[in-house]
Each structure stands twice: as structure tokens, then as C-alpha cells.
Ligand binder design. Structure first.
Ligand SMILES: [Zn+2]
Length: 293
């Protein structure tokens, strides 16, 4: 089961989230049939959005749009405060590795663009905040977003490890933030530690990577765990929901779908689920529409 653990340094200077998102990314890969670089890029985007949603209270929804101008296209996801995330990458077929090491490459295929976070608190207008993509590695872009847009000095490490058949072995990461009570000395100590800590990809290979991440972040500093919550890939689409979308179309559009296309095929972008509406289904929708007019 995927999870997020929230923790705080005992002296109140820092807080950290550590995450295991292995199942989330496995499900995303399975649903979208992504190749290596696309799997890692989408996975990092989903982990980042799990963190953004965990930062909210109540029943908020967070949409994260990583809008690059290179091979990946856009990476779009929606996460909520109940631990659900759904998302997709426009180009599922990017598969590029370093010849020498087999390392899956991400940054160069994101390109220039924007990291856009839209928070919907469930009342009033959603709040949008945007920062530029700085490296395309997503973790760094996310840390830049948190530091610039939310004015909180932050470090982020996110990664997805694949086996030699490009299946997901493990996915996860961390977010570390300085709190207002952090002294200059505290900040220096943590900065040093983060700079010298093993790569997240290495920590993820430990048998207990949640502990390995916490140990690497806090070192000799005492900390306490505040909470542990489950996370998952979950899409809330349904046949009923798409039927409502069809109901909102003009009658002549529905009639031409029925007589010319002999039905409608709708695919959910977020989870790739297909919904088929036959001629009879469309006839029923047209009748429902006529009755409600
Ligand atoms: Zn769906």
C-alpha cells in the first residue's frame, strides 16, 4: 500500500514528507502503457501532486499541469486530500536511456515551459500559481515552485526505478521544508545534509526506503512522525459521468453521432478507460434530452 508520512524535527525547524508511491506509478504505467522515460516523468508528476494535495486541508483538489514544449508534451494530474491521484502524459512513448549506464532520461525531453498548480478549495474560484520549468527533472521544478511561489525554502527528491524490462520496481520521494523558526545554523546543517545525501534512486533501493529517506533527511537530528496516510491511483470517471457529458451536447450533434458514427466511443484521458455508447444508448439519451426540454 502506498503511503505518505508527515514528520517534524523535534526543535520545530523543519518538516518533511516521505512517500512510497510504487503502486500509484505501477497502475499509471499499466493504464497508459507508457515506455521508460514517459513512465518516470508521469510517475514523478504524480508523486509531486500527492505531496501538493497532502499540503491541503478539507476536501480540496489540486491540478498539476507540467506544460513542456518538448517530447513529453503535457503531464496533467489531479489529486485530492483523500490520497487519490489520477493523471496522464501526452506522449506515452518516450523511451530514451544513457547508453553507458542505462539511466532513463527525463529532463531533456520536458523542454521549456511552466509548472502550473491549480488549487480548488471546493468553494469560490480555484487558485492558480505558476513558475517556470527550470530543469525538466520535475523534482527540481517542484522545489523551485514551493520555494518561489509558496515562499517556503524547500528541497524535493522524487524518483521511479525501473527494471531491465522497464517495469516499475519502486517509486517515491521526499519533500523537506524549513519552518519559520529555523535558525541560519539549522538551515546550513540541513542544506549540507541534503547536498551530501545519497541519490533518492539509491535510497529507494533499500529494503525499507521510508526509513532510509527519514534517516538521510534528519541525520542526527531528532524528529517525530505526525501522521501516516494511504495513497493510490484512482480515477473517478464512470459511464454515468460520460452519459451526463453526452446529455449536455446539442441534439443535432447526438443525432449525427447516432446516424453517421452509429455510436460513440469515449476514452477517459486520465485513466484510459473506454466507454462505448451504442445507437440505442444514444437514442435513449436523445429521448431523455427531449423530455427534459
Ligand atoms: Zn478515468
Amino acid at each position: 500500500m502506498d503511503k505518505i508520512i508527515k514528520s517534524i524535527a523535534t526543535n520545530g525547524a523543519f518538516r518533511a514528507y516521505v512517500l512510497d508511491c510504487t503502486e500509484t506509478v505501477k497502475v499509471a504505467k499499466e493504464k497508459h502503457q507508457t515506455l521508460s522515460s514517459s513512465t518516470v516523468a508521469l510517475g514523478r508528476g504524480l508523486i509531486a501532486n500527492h505531496i501538493l494535495a497532502a499540503n491541503q486541508k478539507g476536501t480540496s483538489k489540486v491540478t498539476l499541469k507540467i506544460i513542456g514544449d518538448s517530447s513529453f508534451g503535457h503531464i496533467i494530474s489531479v489529486a485530492d486530500t483523500q490520497g487519490n491521484v489520477k493523471g496522464y502524459i501526452q506522449n506515452t512513448g518516450v523511451d530514451i536511456k544513457k547508453t553507458a549506464t542505462g539511466e532513463v532520461l527525463v529532463g531533456p525531453f520536458m523542454g521549456q515551459g511552466q509548472f502550473v498548480v491549480i488549487t480548488d478549495y471546493g468553494m469560490g474560484k480555484p487558485y492558480t500559481s505558476t513558475t517556470p520549468i527550470i530543469s525538466g527533472e520535475i523534482g527540481e521544478d517542484f522545489a523551485y515552485y514551493l520555494t518561489e511561489s509558496e515562499q517556503t525554502p524547500s528541497a524535493v527528491g522524487l524518483n521511479v526505478l525501473l527494471d531491465d524490462k522497464d517495469e516499475v520496481i519502486v517509486a517515491g520521494g521526499f519533500m523537506l521544508q524549513a519552518l519559520p523558526s529555523a535558525s541560519d545554523e539549522d538551515i546550513k546543517r540541513y542544506e549540507n545534509r541534503i547536498q551530501n545525501m545519497p541519490a533518492v534512486s539509491r535510497l529507494l533501493t533499500s529494503s525499507n526506503h521510508i526509513e532510509a529517506l527519514l534517516d538521510a533527511i534528519y541525520g542526527d537530528d531528532d524528529y517525530k512522525r505526525l501522521s501516516e496516510d494511504s495513497l493510490r491511483f484512482y480515477c473517478d470517471c464512470s459511464r454515468e459521468r460520460f452519459k451526463l457529458a453526452l446529455l449536455s451536447l446539442a441534439k443535432n450533434e447526438l443525432t449525427s453521432m447516432k446516424s453517421e458514427d452509429h455510436g460513440a466511443e469515449i476514452t477517459c484521458q486520465f485513466c484510459n478507460e473506454h466507454y462505448h455508447f451504442s445507437e440505442e444508448d444514444l437514442e435513449e439519451i436523445i429521448n431523455d434530452k427531449t423530455e427534459s426540454e
